[in-house]
Design a protein around this ligand. Structure first.
Ligand SMILES: NC(=O)C1=CN([C@@H]2O[C@H](COP(=O)(O)OP(=O)(O)OC[C@H]3O[C@@H](n4cnc5c(N)ncnc54)[C@H](OP(=O)(O)O)[C@@H]3O)[C@@H](O)[C@H]2O)[C@@H](O)CC1
Ligand SMILES: [K+]
Length: 525
């Protein structure tokens, strides 16, 4: 599992080493790691000797890291320039940079445009304006320089620790921000690099160890991300004596005469995620389509009998389906069953949900959900609010509803009511397509129906993540989001990275589960 931290947590982990006089050593490790990453990137494109690099250096230690890194690069034969964004920058680092032969330019109120043109012609830019000590975004001439440079389109940008203007702890972005190709981050992942909108600016993130890692282990991560190996351990491994009932039965209330396709996709995706059986509840017109696509499903016209989990909501519309969803919801509350609540069913939540209820809104639905809660307050939450502060609002929704909340997006966040948050981002932008969310609901429902025992087991794979029982539901939801995203990416790869349909995402799910499980089995000690 990848753990990510706030800027404050990273500074707290650094403090004992700073107190012990080790600050300069930490900075040298960071700078060396940054320089090595720049060298790797430049070598992918051209010969290192003679390549040009400009470091944009701010007044704090982030600027110091950048200047020391540039000094390394000067010694490796690169043509190095530093643009100083403050009158006083890190003195020792600047001296080291000059001693290595670097050229220094001062950014002022009147030369931002001119320097932007110069920077746009460089082989690589190092963004070392602001790091974890930033308050708000770039100001004045720095903001002008970055806005102009972004407009011109720099060739290659490497961020020092975080892209400047990004809040390291929350992922909120204060524009303008230079969109970077690679972020080289020090000591631990910053939460803002693993949640949107920050993640969208950060490019590929590389972690450089600087010696604070053991101190970070004592801190509760701000964000967690499941790795392929975690998924291999968490995904269901059927045993020889398994039968369809022991493999989990999933009830799905989805679709309507108007939105039958949502039912088709949810049911099909659930079946492809390996659940023992799917019981479908919906109108006959939708049921005919469901059974044509997935003859393995059962159409239930009466009480569906025992299930291990429910999906309710995809494509649900009209009195009749809302009534079925309401009845399923009452039964699930009574029997303590896990439920995926999506789309149409988000409007019929009980006053307080348990953590094994997983709500799956997109940003617009989350805003509407928060607005409908009496505890939210006077000021309306908009879709734009959620998109600019997803981490904040997903946590708020989980705390206020009592449910686990999965907020769909390029980066999907899952918050448990206790405040633990997972972030997964393995997909492709092609997945923003109609029906994609219906597939996710089916995948998640199928995993819930199969995972109930494993989740409750204190010696099981979910407990091994170090999570309390009520937080384990967020891990199932994160696993589903990751499987769904990987399936989308895989399906797109089948078309050389081209567009995909929601059906194609569902069809790729078995291959994703198969390869994750096989890789896990192959490497298990
Ligand atoms: N600690 C360590 O030993 C290690 C730290 N490391 C590195 O240090 C970075 C953190 O360094 P940092 O704390 O100096 O913060 P950083 O972001 O560089 O500068 C903030 C300075 O800028 C100012 N300022 C604030 N907001 C501003 C704004 N919007 N626009 C303009 N100015 C603004 C503020 O000054 P003030 O305005 O308060 O006078 C403050 O002085 C970290 O990201 C990593 O790269 C690594 O080397 C490992 C070892
Ligand atoms: K930076």
């Amino acid at each position: 599992m990848i753990s990510a931290f706030t800027g404050q947590q990273i500074r707290d982990a650094e403090q004992p080493l700073l107190d012990a006089g080790e600050g300069a050593v930490l900075m040298q490790r960071a700078a060396y790691g940054l320089a090595q990453a720049v060298i790797r990137e430049v070598k992918k494109r051209r010969r290192l000797a003679g390549a040009s690099v400009t470091v944009l250096a701010g007044k704090g230690n982030n600027g110091g890291d950048g200047l020391y890194a540039a000094a390394h690069l000067a010694r490796r034969g690169m043509r190095t320039t530093a643009v100083l964004a403050a009158d006083a920058v890190h003195a020792e680092a600047l001296a080291g940079f000059k001693a290595a032969g670097g050229q220094v330019l001062q950014l002022g109120p009147s030369n931002a445009e001119e320097l932007a043109v110069l920077c746009a012609g460089e082989d690589v830019i190092i963004d070392a304006l602001l790091g974890t000590g930033a308050r708000g975004g770039l100001r004045e001439a720095s903001a002008e320089l970055v806005a102009a440079l972004q407009e011109l389109g720099p060739r290659l940008v490497v961020a020092c620790d975080v892209p400047s203007g990004l809040d390291a702890g929350t992922g909120e972005v204060h524009w303008p921000v230079l969109e970077v190709d690679v972020t080289v981050t020090f000591g631990g992942f910053k939460a803002g690099l693993l949640t949107d909108p920050g993640e969208g600016c950060a490019g590929r993130v590389e972690l450089v160890q600087i010696g604070i890692e053991s101190a970070l282990h004592h801190q509760a991560p701000e964000l967690r991300r499941l790795s392929a190996r975690d998924l291999g351990a968490l995904l269901p491994h059927p045993v020889r004596r398994a039968h369809k009932y022991s493999r989990g039965v999933l009830g799905i209330v989805a679709g309507s005469s108007r939105f039958a396709g949502a039912a088709v996709l949810s049911v099909h995706a659930a079946a492809l995620t390996g659940v023992g059986m799917v019981r479908y509840l919906g109108p006959e017109s939708a049921a005919r389509m469901v059974l044509t696509r997935t003859p393995e499903a059962l159409w239930e016209t009466q009480d569906p009998g025992r299930v291990q989990a429910w999906v309710m909501g995809p494509g649900v519309d009209g009195e009749e389906q809302l009534h079925r969803a309401g009845a399923a919801s009452d039964g699930a509350l009574r029997d303590g069953l896990p439920v995926v609540v999506d789309a149409g069913a988000l409007s019929i939540l009980p006053d307080r949900c348990p953590p094994h209820w997983i709500l799956t809104p997109h940003a617009g639905e989350l805003a509407a959900l928060l607005d409908s809660l009496p505890s939210t307050g006077e000021v309306a939450v908009t879709r734009a609010d959620v998109e600019s502060r997803p981490l904040h609002f997903v946590r708020q929704a989980a705390q206020q509803t009592g449910a686990t909340v999965l907020l769909k997006g390029a980066t999907t966040l899952v918050a448990s009511p206790s405040g633990i948050v997972f972030s997964q981002s393995e997909g492709t932008p092609w997945m923003a397509t109609a029906g994609s969310g219906d597939v996710l609901a089916g995948v998640l429902g199928a995993l819930l129906a199969q995972a109930a025992e494993e989740i409750a087991d204190d010696d099981g794979a979910y407990a091994a993540l170090g999570l309390d029982p009520e937080d384990r539901w967020a891990a199932v939801a994160a696993a589903a989001a990751s499987v769904h995203a990987r399936a989308g990416a895989l399906a797109s790869m089948d078309f050389d990275g081209g567009p995909i349909t929601a059906s194609a995402i569902a069809e790729a799910v078995p291959r994703v589960i198969g390869s994750l499980s096989a890789e896990y089995d192959r490497t298990r000690p």
